[in-house]
Ligand binder design. Structure first.
Ligand SMILES: [Zn+2]
Length: 402
């Protein structure tokens, strides 16, 4: 009997999050329209909406047109009453941001990560969060903290199982952050956050089968199958950077040889740029960095591409072929509607998207690429923190359940 009561409560909560999501997507919308579209009773909608208004998630905003009888009151989501903290950690930096319920970034700070933090990593993260939170007089309006990182993450228990770039294993980061701040905390692999962000707030919300590939200092993939994120047995599905493209190739940190990551990541590109500069190849990268090789970043490489820099284009042409070779495998395995490409190297990089599309259309099974396209991320330079925030927003709106 107790279990049944619990189940009913769950259904009620689920209805509430789905109604909230409907108002977010289709508001201004009336209670009657919600009941009609979702095929649930008017009583259920009315009671859920009362709670959502009471809790300040939703407000009434004017009246719609009458379809006989009184003009209905319209509902909208209140995006700015509450906020959340999104944190994205890659191999070289930590980005922390305040986001609203529309996944819009209101404030953002970036901290470089010192090399080899090891044991002090969690205290560094907690220190950054503590500083960031100091500006808020009332944390009752903070819905939670979302953290994404590369590597394999046990999102259920909030543990970073394996992150070779930061040299972290089995770090219980969720419980450490929750204990420190007493704020609900979510943690997941970065590409799982990215794919949730695209599904909930991006340009491709209608698609039920999407792959999100990130290319920066690492290479990974988030996988959406039939509107669910596919995580695998250990939460490690989507380690696209460690799929092999040359069994005789370069040794990889994972123990294998010829992993894709070693051919297309920023580290691989950076090494190539340095080698060519040392060989005397001329490039606008040298002018842009005024000869300071320490200042070469993915942003400067993308700038050089846009300027038509011959060296950058030749490096990218090769990278695009390697990347597309890997993506052909993804197309064959998953038959996705879109592959979205993000990450420091890929956002704002139309040349990369174009080259990859050309290769894919000539090398993939024709039936699978009919109507298919490789597209850029929906979120520009904020993609990483929006991805992080999407973990919590997914809890709130449940937007993969339809
Ligand atoms: Zn590998």
């Amino acid at each position: 009997m107790r279990k049944r009561t619990g189940d009913l409560k769950l259904i009620k909560e689920l209805n509430k999050t789905l109604i909230l999501d409907k108002i977010r997507r289709e508001g201004p919308i009336s209670r009657a329209e919600i009941a009609k579209i979702m095929q649930i009773s008017a009583t259920t909608v009315t009671s859920a909406v009362s709670e959502l208004i009471r809790d300040s998630y939703v407000y009434e905003d004017g009246r719609g047109t009458s379809i006989g009888g009184r003009r209905p009151i319209l509902l909208k989501v209140n995006p700015n009453t509450f906020f959340l903290i999104g944190i994205a950690i890659d191999a070289s930096k930590l980005t922390i941001a305040e986001l609203n319920l529309n996944a819009q970034v209101k404030l953002k700070e970036v901290y470089p990560l010192e090399k080899n933090l090891y044991d002090s990593f969690s205290s560094f993260v907690i220190g950054v969060i503590g500083n960031f939170l100091e500006r808020y007089p009332d944390l009752d309006y903070c819905l939670g903290i979302s953290i994404t990182t590369q590597g394999i993450v046990d999102s259920v228990n909030g543990i970073i199982l394996y992150n070779p770039k930061l040299n972290i294993e089995n770090l219980h980061l969720k419980s450490l952050v929750e204990r420190q701040f007493n704020i609900k905390t979510y943690i997941d692999n970065d590409t799982n956050g990215d794919i949730l962000a695209e599904k909930g707030f991006g340009f491709y919300q209608q698609s039920r089968n999407l792959i999100y590939v990130t290319i920066g200092d690492g290479v990974g993939a988030g996988i959406l199958i039939n509107d669910s994120v596919f995580r695998g047995f250990h939460g490690g599905a989507g380690e696209f950077g460690h799929t092999t493209i040359d069994y005789n190739g370069k040794p990889c940190s994972c123990g294998n040889k010829g992993c894709l990551e070693n051919y297309v990541s920023w580290k691989a590109i950076h090494t190539k740029i340095l080698t060519e500069i040392n060989n005397g190849t001329s490039t606008v990268i040298l002018e842009k960095t005024k000869g300071d090789l320490m200042k070469i970043t993915p942003g400067i490489f993308r700038y050089a591409l846009n300027e038509g820099d011959a060296l950058s284009i030749s490096i990218l042409d090769e990278v695009a072929v390697y990347l597309a070779t890997g993506l052909v495998n993804i197309v064959s395995l998953f038959n996705p509607e879109k592959i979205i490409i993000g990450g420091d190297l890929a956002f704002d990089n139309p040349y990369l998207i174009k080259k990859v599309n050309e290769h894919l259309l000539t090398h993939s099974l024709k039936t699978l690429t009919n109507g298919f396209e490789v597209v850029p991320t929906s979120f520009g330079s904020d993609y990483d923190v929006v991805g992080s925030g999407a973990l919590l927003l997914h809890e709130l709106f449940n937007f993969t359940l339809h």
